[in-house]
Design a protein around this ligand. Structure first.
Ligand code: C2E
Ligand code: CA
Ligand code: CA
Length: 566
């Protein structure tokens, strides 16, 4: 027998054996008494009393299930409810194999079946103690400093170990996310943001307490939770939200995406990807805070994956086409062609025309957007140059600049190179930057945009009204035009209050000393309302859909003809 068996760092560990049967107690005590200091208790109540005193020195409890006074299940439950006893590992002694799942659920670390086999008993005890002690040592490394939950790497390690050790237990993958966390951070400051994250961490920990579930903070405001399968996800979310709301005084909305174990087609990380994809689906959706990953989403993801795989080839073989949609100045006696917006389409050999609404978000996620944007800018610049040659005038084209481009240090250089290659002045390329890029990374965005403007580019703040710029922020934002989000046009009719809404939007722009561009304008009445309110520029199906270059040329020619007639 190894003299060090049972000792770690030379210390003898102290164990508590809880069993009402004296023979059983003695057998177990004899099996391991050479290696450990052993204390005995006859039932749960006695054990708890002893543990209260020895909680700091005891390394492990060996717990029988069937006992008078207080049985093992109840003892385990009370231990898990106690702040001081919760951490002590418990190995359950059982003669019924099927008590396994129930005791694990109750918080037992492992179990040993009677009659005892010496090798197994020794191995399990040693392993459990080592695991728990190792775990305490690395606890500081493996947990997220802010919330005390696991870090992502350790989370997956433990979750996989759990799956392997207990293949019979059905688990669900949950992803939780805070709506508008960046905004909260920005408005209330980083300390308040941290507090909110801690509140969510605490709420999750409370939910997991006494279960076999584990949780981690995956990144920023995204949390992963792995719990035993349940149908009560809605109530879990309700409880977590209530705790967070109470902790931070009512400003938080938690979303939850769920991938249940019925989905066995992917590995552990894949299942969390799916739960996350369900969670993303309801971002900003105020009617739904809970979403399940389902078949239709599976199809969508497969489709998305195919698009991602084929992107490079599509760029090489020219499958991306740039369409142009005219913008008209409506302040004069007739609408005049001012500029055009370049909008990309994917002419896919199998799927036909794929809308950018589908692939742009994918490319923003995987970084391909940079290459695509460059391609669109190049194509648009070449087009402007060609039209200048043909019609003797520069028709400026606005291009979309994604928020990822704003983090690219070579952005200005990329734009300048493209422009210079086509001998265009900076006014020929207008840059559309979505409002949320301003609000999410205000400082960075303002610095980059200021440098673009200093180089002569004009900036339109795209989708204005969909983000959350406060008036105060707006006053400090470098912009040359506000492009009002198309959602306003979809929402309005010709009622008085809608007129007032348009007038307000125009008024904001007037305060900033910039014109407004209204997009998504489909009806004549909308054009009149915008004109009456003092809006200047209109883009939308009312004038034209986005068109390939050749049909767009008819629009240019019509505008030239009308100008000559005036
Ligand atoms: P966006 O920049 O807000 O573009 C306006 C969208 O509204 C376009 O959708 C346009 O076709 C559509 N639209 C224009 N007039 C009307 C109308 O009267 N009624 C309605 N219902 N819709 C109208 P599209 O082309 O599907 O583009 C969707 C979004 O994809 C764009 O929104 C933009 O954010 C993004 N996008 C398009 N091309 C590019 C690109 O080259 N680069 C980047 N980064 N994003 C792009
Ligand atoms: Ca745009
Ligand atoms: Ca827009």
């Amino acid at each position: 027998m190894d003299a060090n068996y049972g000792r770690i760092n030379g210390l003898r560990r102290q164990l508590l054996i809880v069993d009402d049967d004296p023979i059983s107690r003695a057998i177990l005590g004899n099996l391991i008494g050479d290696a450990y200091d052993i204390a005995y208790a006859e039932n749960g109540r006695e054990a708890l009393n002893w543990l209260e005193r020895a909680s700091r020195t005891v390394s492990l409890v060996l717990l029988d299930l069937m006992m008078p006074v207080m049985d093992g299940v109840e003892t385990l439950k009370r231990m898990k409810e106690s702040e001081t006893l919760r951490q002590i590992p418990v190995i359950v002694l059982t003669s019924e194999g099927d008590a396994e799942a129930e005791t694990l659920r109750g918080g037992a670390t492992d179990f040993i079946t009677k009659p005892y086999k010496e090798e197994i008993v020794r191995a399990r005890i040693a392993r459990t103690i080592e695991l728990v002690e190792d775990r305490q040592i690395i606890q500081t490394v493996e947990t997220d400093r802010l919330t005390g939950l696991y870090s992502k790497d350790f989370f997956f390690e433990y979750a996989s170990a759990m799956v392997e050790a207990h293949p019979g237990i059905v688990m669900d993958a949950l992803v939780l996310d805070l709506d508008h966390f960046h905004l909260y951070n920005e408005m209330r400051g980083r300390a308040a943001g941290d507090q909110l994250l801690c509140a969510l961490g605490d709420a999750i920990r409370q939910e997991l307490s006494g279960t076999i579930g584990i949780g981690c903070r995956c990144q920023a405001d995204t949390f992963f939770v792995y719990i035993e399968h349940t149908d009560a996800h809605a109530s879990i979310l309700e409880r977590i939200t209530a705790r967070v709301t109470e902790a931070v005084n009512g400003m938080a909305r938690v979303r939850m995406g769920v991938c249940t174990r019925t989905d066995i087609t992917s590995d552990l990380e894949g299942r969390f990807d799916r739960a996350k994809s369900a969670c993303n689906r309801i971002r900003g959706d105020y009617l739904h805070a809970l979403a399940y990953y389902d078949d239709s989403q599976y199809e969508q993801d497969i489709h998305a994956q195919r698009l991602i795989n084929e992107t490079k080839e599509a760029l090489r073989s020219g499958q991306f086409k740039v369409y142009y949609q005219p913008k008209y100045d409506i302040t004069g006696s007739r609408p005049t062609l001012m500029s055009a917006e370049a909008l990309v389409r994917w002419q896919h050999p199998e799927f036909g025309i794929v809308s950018p609404g589908l692939f742009i978000p994918l490319f923003e996620d995987n970084g391909m957007i940079r290459a695509l944007d460059s391609y669109v800018w190049k194509t648009a610049a070449r087009q402007v140059a060609e039209w200048r040659k043909r019609y003797g005038r520069v028709i400026p084209v606005s291009v979309n600049v994604s928020r990822i481009d704003l983090f690219d240090e070579s952005l200005l250089e990329r734009l300048n190179n493209i422009r210079e290659a086509n001998e265009l002045p900076p006014e020929a390329l207008i840059l559309e930057i979505t409002e949320s890029a301003y609000t999410e990374d205000t400082e960075q965005a303002i610095a980059v945009i200021a440098s673009l403007r200093a180089a002569g580019y004009r900036i339109e703040m795209d989708d204005f009204g969909s983000g959350y710029s406060s008036l105060n922020m707006l006053l400090h934002m470098p912009v040359d035009a506000l492009k009002i989000d198309g959602a306003f046009m979809r929402a309005i009719s010709v009622r008085e209050k809608d007129k007032w809404l348009i007038a307000t939007l125009v008024d904001i722009a007037r305060h900033l000393n910039v014109p407004t561009v209204f997009e998504g304008v489909e009806e004549e009445q909308q054009v009149s309302m915008i004109r009456e309110a003092g809006g200047q520029i209109v883009q939308g199906y009312y004038f034209s859909r986005p068109l390939p270059p050749e049909p767009f040329e008819q629009i240019i020619e019509k505008d030239i003809k009308e100008a000559e007639q005036c």
